[in-house]
Design a protein around this ligand. Sequence first.
Ligand SMILES: NC(=O)c1ccc[n+]([C@@H]2O[C@H](COP(=O)([O-])OP(=O)(O)OC[C@H]3O[C@@H](n4cnc5c(N)ncnc54)[C@H](OP(=O)(O)O)[C@@H]3O)[C@@H](O)[C@H]2O)c1
Length: 271
Amino acid sequence: MDNYTLTILGCGTMGTAMLLSIMKATFQPYPAKFICCTGDKESAEALQKRFGDKIEASYGESNISAVKRADVIILGLKPYICESVLEYVKSGLNGHQVIISLLAGWSIERLSKYSSCIARVMTNTPAKFGHGMAIVSFSKEAQKYEDLVMNMIGTVGKALKLPEKHMDAATSLVGSGPAFCLLMLQAMAEGAVQMGIPYDIAKDCAAKVMEGTAKMVMETGEHPEALKAEVCTPGGTTIAGLLVMEDRGVRGGISRGVEKAAEVAALLGKK
Ligand SMILES: NC(=O)c1ccc[n+]([C@@H]2O[C@H](COP(=O)([O-])OP(=O)(O)OC[C@H]3O[C@@H](n4cnc5c(N)ncnc54)[C@H](OP(=O)(O)O)[C@@H]3O)[C@@H](O)[C@H]2O)c1
């Protein structure tokens, strides 16, 4: 697909995060035109002002033509309004456009009413800073566009493919994951504050520790347990802290929390 138009239907938090990532990147084939659709005039004008002539902003009735001109559509709508918006712009859909859906809970089957080429994506808010993670599942017809979609979605940070049956778990791990990490980050910082370290310094330390640890896992490819064992001097501080955390059920609490969020994601999909 060359010289194609990318329309972002619902260019809010996640839609704009995707747009920014794509604009910062170079990949092939690259969109020739960006059209960004919102729900009202004010938000469309704000996008136009922010991105200037790099995009065409659209709202209301012109969203139908924005969809009609699209070869690839990124769906960034809230799940509860998606049906009504898609029904509204339906006359602009030809059934073969590549629809890349960022929506939580919307299955490929549900979206297949609007196109045979569906890529279902679960990403997260760090995408706004180029440090996002994305899991992507494809409909059978969309598989011929895998390279294009993976290159485009990979611009958020990292993208991996998984069969759709894993999407509820991915919604929890990837979509809700930043909140789980933030809880841990804040808890670590507060432990330091309790001992007198000023909050801003404690927060920066906790954030850098999490960033550095994550990079260490990714760059070494080592099992986290092996890296953890390296830090545990016999009779030392780290093992003492870890044992208290294990006694308090931190590990089980986090793992079960990830499982619970996936259960809720599965329920969302049934609504
Ligand atoms: N935020 C997250 O952390 C996160 C993480 C993973 C996945 N997601 C998924 O990403 C999707 C979008 O979430 P979000 O947080 O980015 O939502 P959001 O910021 O509220 O953005 C929604 C966008 O849809 C537009 N919109 C509303 N009505 C419309 C209409 N009739 N026609 C065209 N556009 C319309 C809104 O425009 P106005 O501003 O004019 O209303 C806004 O640009 C959701 O489905 C969510 O499941 C979000």
